[in-house]
Design a protein around this ligand. Structure first.
Ligand code: F6R
Length: 602
């Protein structure tokens, strides 16, 4: 969590930093701050609250300079407050630091420094980095930084300025993302590409345990042994417009509406140069088991994919939360394919699951949206979703891109294994190819979905049910609703209702039922009847035929679609439903309370 940015160049750093922080606010938004290196000291402005509170403070107390660092925080150690906000400056006012990550041994380091008489003013783990750097500084910032990192345990992306070296910005990365942008007027550090896209699409991706020394005209890279490194500059293909709201009230709505295009782009990129591209070098015959592992919505994408892989590849498939997988003594080996799903490619638990799988000699295949991310770099194989930058904290388009890429992978995998005849493979791919147009048709029902959702703000609890693959996508519908609307919600397999949950159903409970599996229509409809007879209302999403029941049963009809791929259509209704419930409650949809987009801590 947390977003960091830094700039050194010929322009005024403050507006560049504030603008960049706006693009990183999805990473944390409980406080923010800026430090500028000036001749006689650091000018620091920090403010608890959203970024606009920092902007207001900066308007009251303008600061300026050509080198600076900024931070937007998601608190881990120490409550959100001005004192705990970054940047942190050492007690001798010599070093200023922004940090994303967690310094696990900060207590020991703090004790060590306090014994030497260093006073601390915050409760954060991050302040020790600034204080320790001052402690070690004796005329060479790089020397001091290397001494510091050799004592740090944990994860960190750092931006560091030293008053005595006012033309040098230092960046360090270990287990948290950090990119370096280079432009005609100056150099940048940032947690994510959108923060610098306005100025440049030329970036370097720092690897773990690398240091970058940025000056106005150049960037140099070193490892922790101070040896120089050569790194390739890369060109980002993301477009600046995709990181702007472009007239939409929220990024989430914009990103939902972009989905037909994102599906098309992802399908095209999966098709690549021809048959089987998405399989790449995978020796599919080698595997006797597939494990899908991820967190949150990405885990739900894995839940959907399980049904698809099982049906098309006829292999045992397990789905596991990455946070559980990493600590279980899982039975996997060199014959297991572990598929990691992650939008950011930086989720701490998913990274740990990947490393665990590699240590057991499984092959790791990542489905990732962010090029240059840790998972993209470390997995044995990586497939990229073509979702572009996703800004809203609640994922929508990246989730849809994950689903469609997993479908393509499963079809090619099954065909390569000989489990799908050529004709079946062609038919499946044609079905997938039709999804973007069908998604556009679903979006045409936006008004009906909005109208239904607007009346749902009154519910205290909403249940989602489905059977088979519809159950898997019900999990995502429920997660989406609770994270942005703060309405309690749970998803159940339809068949589980009568094993306990139905006791919660009473007058005016809302049950959202998803029904796309033809052979199970009858069963899900009888679940709907059971809850209606206990006073509930039902919203039916799918292509199951139904008759409206005077206010008790309403429906959103989806285009015909093979049941295996129908989650791509259901999810659009579920996203819009969640969005409009939250919008009608007047909530901060793009930045739900307590959440951050990229969960880089456990
Ligand atoms: C929910 C959401 C989260 C993420 C989860 C994993 O809308 O966005 O549940 O899906 O934090 O993140 P990534 O995909 O970046 O690994």
């Amino acid at each position: 969590m947390c977003g960091i940015i830094g700039y050194v160049g010929t322009e005024d750093a403050v507006p560049i930093i504030v603008e960049g922080l706006k693009k990183l606010e999805y990473r944390g938004y409980d406080s923010a701050g800026v430090a500028i290196c000036q001749k006689d000291g650091f000018a620091v402005v920090k403010q608890e609250g959203r970024l606009n509170a920092l902007e207001a403070r900066l308007a009251e107390r303008p600061i300026a300079g050509h080198m600076g660092i900024g931070h937007t925080r998601w608190a881990t150690h120490g409550e959100p407050s001005d004192a705990n906000s970054h940047p942190h400056v050492g007690s001798r006012n010599m070093i200023a630091v922004v940090h994303n990550g967690i310094i696990e041994n900060y207590r020991q380091l703090k004790e060590f420094l306090e014994k030497k008489g260093v006073p601390f003013i915050s409760q954060t783990d991050s302040e020790v980095v600034a204080q320790l750097c001052e402690y070690y500084y004796s005329g060479d910032i790089m020397e001091a930084v290397i001494k510091v990192v050799n004592r740090l345990e944990g994860s960190y992306a750092l931006g560091i300025m030293c008053l005595e070296e006012p033309d040098t910005l230092v960046a360090v990365k270990k287990d948290n993302p950090l990119i370096i942008g280079v432009s005609g007027h100056g150099q940048f550090i940032a947690s994510d590409v959108p923060a610098v896209l306005k100025h440049t699409n030329k970036v370097y991706y720092l690897n773990d345990k690398e240091i970058a020394m940025l000056r106005k005209g150049d960037v140099r890279f070193f490892n922790f042994d101070k040896e120089p490194l050569q790194k390739p500059v890369e060109t980002v293909t993301w477009n600046i417009d995709s990181a702007e709201k472009g007239g939409w009230p929220h990024f989430m709505l914009k990103e939902i509406m972009e989905q037909p295009r994102i599906l098309r782009d992802t399908i095209n990129s999966a098709a690549g140069g021809g048959n089987g591209t998405v399989i790449g070098r995978l020796d599919v015959a080698r595997f006797n088991k597939i494990v899908l592992t991820a967190c949150g919505s990405a885990y739900n994408a894995g839940m959907v994919a399980r049904y698809v892989f099982e049906r098309l590849c006829r292999l045992p498939v397990e789905v596991e939360l990455a946070s559980e997988f990493r600590y279980r003594d899982t039975v996997i080996d060199a014959k297991t394919l572990v598929i990691l799903i992650s939008q950011s490619g930086e989720t701490a638990d998913t990274i740990a699951a990947m490393r665990e799988a590699k240590s057991k000699e499984a092959t790791t295949l990542a489905i990732v949206n962010v090029v240059g991310s840790t998972i993209a770099k470390e997995a044995d194989e990586c497939l990229f979703t073509a979702a572009g930058p996703e800004i809203a904290v609640a994922t929508t388009k990246a989730f849809s891109a994950q689903l469609v890429l997993l479908y393509c992978l499963a079809v090619r995998f099954g065909a390569r294994l000989g489990k799908l005849a050529e004709k079946e493979e062609r038919e499946m791919l044609a079905e997938i190819d039709g999804l973007p147009d069908k998604a556009a048709k679903v979006l045409e029902q936006i008004d009906a979905i909005q109208k239904y959702a607007s009346a749902c703000v009154v519910y205290k609890s909403i249940f989602f049910i489905g059977r088979n693959i519809d159950y898997a996508i019900a999990l995502e519908g429920s997660l989406k609703l609770k994270e942005i609307s703060y309405i309690h919600s749970e998803a159940y397999a339809g068949g589980e209702l009568k094993h306990g949950t139905i006791s919660l159903v009473e007058e005016e409970t809302l049950v959202v039922a998803i029904a796309n599996c033809e052979r199970l229509y009858g069963k899900i409809m009888s679940n709907a009847e059971q809850v209606i007879s206990r006073g509930a209302k039902v919203l039916l999403i799918g292509n199951c035929p139904y008759a409206e029941q005077n206010g008790k049963l309403s429906g959103i009809r989806l285009p015909e679609c093979a049941d295996l791929f129908s989650p791509s259509l259901s999810v659009i209704v579920l996203q819009l439903f969640a969005y409009y419930v939250a919008a009608n409650k007047g909530l901060d949809i793009d930045k739900p309370r307590n959440l951050a987009k990229s969960v880089t801590v456990e």
